[in-house]
Design a protein around this ligand. Structure first.
Ligand code: GLV
Ligand code: MN
Ligand code: MN
Length: 412
């Protein structure tokens, strides 16, 4: 079989999808079930139909685009990622796995490959946590990691529930129907940019992921006492923002002191109430994103954060509430698929190294129900979740070639 990736067409499609955005280019913002997200979905479905794939959407909006094999009832081979994008991000995160997956399928078709198992492109709903506070909504429901009931009740900042949002988006059926059977896929492979600098630094074109980090997200609310910025003397204050600041620095120190480079903690949202120049903050809400490749180490830091919270709360006379949005276990990639990926890279004379993924991905949840693995390509300076995220067309092409080869092996 002759495998030729159409690099030019794929680059054009990546650029075209990036224009469907709520941010001014080069930044991309595409939040789940906004009109922009819905336009991007329609655009993508049109590309899949043009490629001759049979498209369906499930009740949460996961898109399945299938190339039916000669044994349609055999478990299929899946590939894909996401097209939603956090505010002010770039055009490659998720998109490389979706449009690259589509190009891998087109390349196999052009090369005359005839799959025995069906090959399916899967585009997950809301990998990013922007709107509903928790990421990987589509794959959590597919894998059963989140119940339909819990998903229905998620609300965005405006109080719109996920259930209302998906119905307004025109999605039919019940969330209970989303879950996939364990035998649905023979294997699932996600192509993604590394979102870190290692491949670029080592000049290696491909990374084969063996483990995906364990993410936990907390939402913390600090309640102090507000008042006049001139009238309340310093010894009499219960400033919620000063308490939050102390806690945020304590969280940073705990992550740094873990002794492992795989421990990372981020406070990315901090809302101050009432938010006036001359008013002492009475309430602060902030999020904590804590990750590690070791579940035990991640959870030990969660317990230490609880300890810091108790001491800040006592010293500053503020109350602090914690809501745990998620605390997931790390994912193990399937050894057999890792081996197929490694052989595919060799066949295309592409060097690869095993890696861990410190970012989370839908493959983390897919790995609970089907054999799953991931393939990373380099991105410039390791930048991601920012407008200057960039992956070179030749690197994307290499990733798509190795992916297509892997899909062919798994589908034969
Ligand atoms: C995914 O976008 C992540 O935050 O790892
Ligand atoms: Mn992302
Ligand atoms: Mn991603």
């Amino acid at each position: 079989m002759k495998l030729e990736v159409d690099r030019g067409r794929l680059s054009k499609e990546i650029d075209e999808l990036a224009l469907i955005s709520d941010a001014e280019g080069p930044a991309v913002t595409r939040i789940v079930f906004t009109p922009t997200d819905l336009r991007a979905r329609s655009w993508l479905i049109a590309r899949c139909e043009e490629a001759g794939l049979a498209v369906r959407q499930d009740p949460i909006g996961n898109i399945f685009a299938r190339w039916t094999g000669s044994e349609p009832s055999a478990p299929a081979v899946g590939t894909g990622s996401h097209i939603d994008a956090i505010p002010n991000s770039g055009k490659y995160d998720g998109v490389v796995g979706v449009l690259g997956g589509l190009e891998a399928i087109r390349a196999l078709r052009r090369g005359g490959f005839e799959p025995r198992r069906s090959i399916e492109l899967l585009v997950f709903t809301s990998e990013e946590p922007t709107r509903f506070g928790i990421g990987c909504l589509g794959s959590r429901l597919l894998s059963g990691a989140m119940s339909a009931e819990a998903a229905r009740n998620l609300k965005d900042k405006e109080g719109v529930s996920l259930e209302e949002a998906r119905q307004t988006a025109g999605l039919k059926g019940q969330l209970e129907e989303v879950r996939l059977g364990k035998g649905y896929y023979k294997g699932f492979v996600e192509l993604h940019i590394e979102q870190g600098p290692l491949l670029e630094q080592q000049r290696i074109p491909l990374g084969i992921v063996t483990q995906i980090a364990a993410p936990a997200t907390l939402r913390m609310t600090v309640e102090g006492a507000g008042g006049h910025a001139g009238g309340v003397l310093m010894p009499d204050r219960k400033d919620a923002l000063c308490a939050a600041a102390e806690l945020i620095l304590a969280i940073e120190s705990l992550a740094k002191a873990s002794g492992a480079k795989d421990t990372v903690a981020t406070v990315g949202i901090c809302d101050v109430f009432p938010g006036a120049v001359n008013s002492i903050p009475s309430r602060v809400r902030f999020t904590v994103d804590l990750r590690d490749i070791s579940l035990a180490r991640r959870d030990s830091i969660l317990r230490k954060i609880e300890g810091s919270l108790q001491s800040v709360s006592a010293e500053r006379q503020v109350s602090i509430q914690t809501e745990q949005l998620n605390a997931d276990a790390p994912g193990e990639c399937d050894r057999a698929i890792v081996e197929v990926l490694s052989q595919s890279c060799k066949k295309h004379q592409l060097m690869s190294i095993p890696m861990v993924s410190r970012a989370y991905h839908d493959s983390l949840f897919m790995s609970h129900i089907v054999p799953a693995a991931m393939l990373f390509i380099p991105c410039r300076n390791g930048y991601s979740h920012r407008p200057d995220e960039y992956a070179a067309p030749t690197d994307i092409e290499r990733g798509v070639s190795a992916l297509a080869e892997t899909l062919a092996t798994l589908a034969s």
